[in-house]
Design a protein around this ligand. Sequence first.
Ligand SMILES: *[C@@H]1O[C@H](CO)[C@@H](O)[C@H](O)[C@H]1NC(C)=O
Ligand SMILES: *[C@@H]1O[C@H](CO)[C@@H](O)[C@H](O)[C@H]1NC(C)=O
Ligand SMILES: *[C@@H]1O[C@H](CO)[C@@H](O)[C@H](O)[C@H]1NC(C)=O
Ligand SMILES: *[C@@H]1O[C@H](CO)[C@@H](O)[C@H](O)[C@H]1NC(C)=O
Ligand SMILES: *[C@@H]1O[C@H](CO)[C@@H](O)[C@H](O)[C@H]1NC(C)=O
Ligand SMILES: *[C@@H]1O[C@H](CO)[C@@H](O)[C@H](O)[C@H]1NC(C)=O
Length: 670
Amino acid sequence: MFLNLVLVFFLVTLVASKDNSFIYNNGFQSSHLYLDGIANLTSNGIIRLTNDTKQQKAHAFYPNPIVFKNTFNGSVSSFATTFVFAIRPEYPTLSGHGIVFVVSPTKGLPYSIPSQYLGLFNQSNNGNTNNHVFGVELDTIQSKEFNDINDNHVGIDINDLKSDNSTPAGYYDDNNGQFKNLSLYSGNPMQVWIEYDSEKTKIDVTLAPINVVKPKKSLLSLTQDLSPIMNNSMYVGFSSATGSVFTSHYVLGWSFKVNGQAQELVISQLPKLPRFGEKKESKFLTVGLPLILLSLVFMITLGVIYFIKRKNKFAEILEDWEHEYGPHRFKFKDLYFSTKGFKEKGLLGVGGFGRVYKGVMPGSKLEVAVKRVSHESRQGMREFVSEIVSIGRLRHRNLVPLLGYCRRKGELLLVYDYMPNGSLDNFLYNQPKVSLNWHQRFKIIKGVASGLFYLHEGWEQVVIHRDIKASNVLLDAEMNGRLGDFGLARLYDHGADPHTTHLVGTVGYLAPEHTRTGKATKFTDVFAFGAFLLEVVCGKRPIDHVAENETVILVDSVFECWKRGEILEAKDINLGSDYESEEVELVLKLGLLCSHSEPMARPSMRQVVQYLERDIPVPDLSLLSLSSSGLTFGYQEFFEDFPMSYPSSMDKTMSHTSVSIADSLLSGGR
Ligand SMILES: *[C@@H]1O[C@H](CO)[C@@H](O)[C@H](O)[C@H]1NC(C)=O
Ligand SMILES: *[C@@H]1O[C@H](CO)[C@@H](O)[C@H](O)[C@H]1NC(C)=O
Ligand SMILES: *[C@@H]1O[C@H](CO)[C@@H](O)[C@H](O)[C@H]1NC(C)=O
Ligand SMILES: *[C@@H]1O[C@H](CO)[C@@H](O)[C@H](O)[C@H]1NC(C)=O
Ligand SMILES: *[C@@H]1O[C@H](CO)[C@@H](O)[C@H](O)[C@H]1NC(C)=O
Ligand SMILES: *[C@@H]1O[C@H](CO)[C@@H](O)[C@H](O)[C@H]1NC(C)=O
């Protein structure tokens, strides 16, 4: 027993002492690195931190802890590390986020989030002294919120993404002392040296291209005792994250040592970066480049003439207060070109708030959807824009990401990620070319429920959607349902005339108390969600004009089926026989429950999610005082109150597009 203990102790000390230095010069294949997120090794052993998946984080850590502190006086020992990295964006002019060398109390950083947080921290723990994290960031995006100096800098981060010191990327030439710029995301491998001197309590960071020996003068220094920041034993590794632009982050070789110089890497022995697009490049240089240059010169000349001629065309409004939204603000010119001048050909749809066009951003080739919203009043614009920008920070897999905005006179343009499969209503009505099966519909329903739950309860602020309906649910490449247009309805709340409450929403989805008071709440969203559930299961609009003077109200017909004890009769005939009757019944009942005329009787989105996951059973509808007239009350009141605003002779084209009250009110008012 004693012998065993001695042996264990001996082994532990052996491992610990061995772990005070390591070097990876020939790839990381057999290194047992700790990898998480989207990190993986390439076939020749390079760490590829990130792949093409958006909004993900990645960590690669040395598997064993490193003892950093001197046991006698508890001060952090000197240490040194050097590594070779490369950042390759898919498009040369636009990079995703950067790489961080990190020393952390845990392997990986489990609570961190991607994008500008670089997989290091989250909104609530960023800046917290309990993090015990030391990092050196190679950052390729300027995040104003963290006071980043530019989009190509090196920074020393202590517990916080706001760097304690930072400087543009580059190095000092040993021969003449001149500073030379380096582009971190050039795609070329570069070497970094990080050294901590425990006597001077000073951190030095040096950067250089791989064909340059370590420059004598360091790029960046910080005098800071790391003893209060670091724990006794810590893990070392790399962190990176993706945002909306594809970028690959690689680490080719790495050496580390406590108490001494890290062993130098032999550059010629490092594994080679994947030959990404090499063939293209050789052709590109001989044929493509001259051609491109020629056409570029031609286009620039044309562009200049064009620009001078039509300067007015691209006029936009930019006020002082907007500067803080810099990164979220798009140039009208770019949007104009990306959509080829808002041509009808690129029109994706016409919704309650405006026309949506497909665009491909010049340079980045990012596919976007641009929504043009006309807006007369300038009052409340500031508040609205700040809200849009803060809503743009919302991230959830069932929301359409909002990338930014642009303002012109009387017009607001919103830029979203492009959703390749378009809106859900195209798959539901008017004999769709492709009809969705039950599995797909149920997945979309659960997705939208979880997106709406996030808007209601998952974020620091409550976001009321106000216009939930099938045409506002977009389908991404994997046919996940994503809510679009969230928060947009608020635009009309800040209207010019405070005496009129602009009712926003779409007929058939408006809760009775909403038409009465004009106030949107979580309950009114749930009501609209109920109408949405029924339309997805039944493949019918909430209010359908079957003939000249005949209107079918979907919730009523589902209610009738339920009363007869044949609720499944209500389902879409296009579902065929391949469906789970229990799930169909669950969703139909939930649709009725959400359509209850009494707001308090409707479930919350949290409960809706639980019902859909079948964590809790749906309450027995017969115990609730549901009645057909109760369900339709809202619509009847609506027809009485707004006789003028609702076109009685809806023609065919109008019934194809969704008609929102906002539309009719606004057009009636002018
Ligand atoms: C990215 O990596 C993750 C995890 O390694 C993997 O599940 C995903 O399929 C990868 N995506 C692509 C596009 O290669
Ligand atoms: C990691 O890369 C290897 C090839 O190097 C591949 O076989 C494996 O599927 C990848 N793992 C993930 C999770 O992508
Ligand atoms: C702590 O002890 C080590 C060696 O025992 C010494 O090199 C170092 O200077 C000491 N640090 C302080 C702050 O006293
Ligand atoms: C790091 O040290 C702090 C304070 O000394 C302690 O509260 C924390 O639990 C330690 N973290 C780990 C992971 O050991
Ligand atoms: C942020 O990280 C801390 C741990 O450092 C964790 O307790 C907290 O829940 C996280 N917050 C969010 C919003 O993820
Ligand atoms: C280096 O970059 C800075 C800022 O981007 C720029 O002002 C400077 O002219 C550049 N220097 C060289 C030599 O390219």
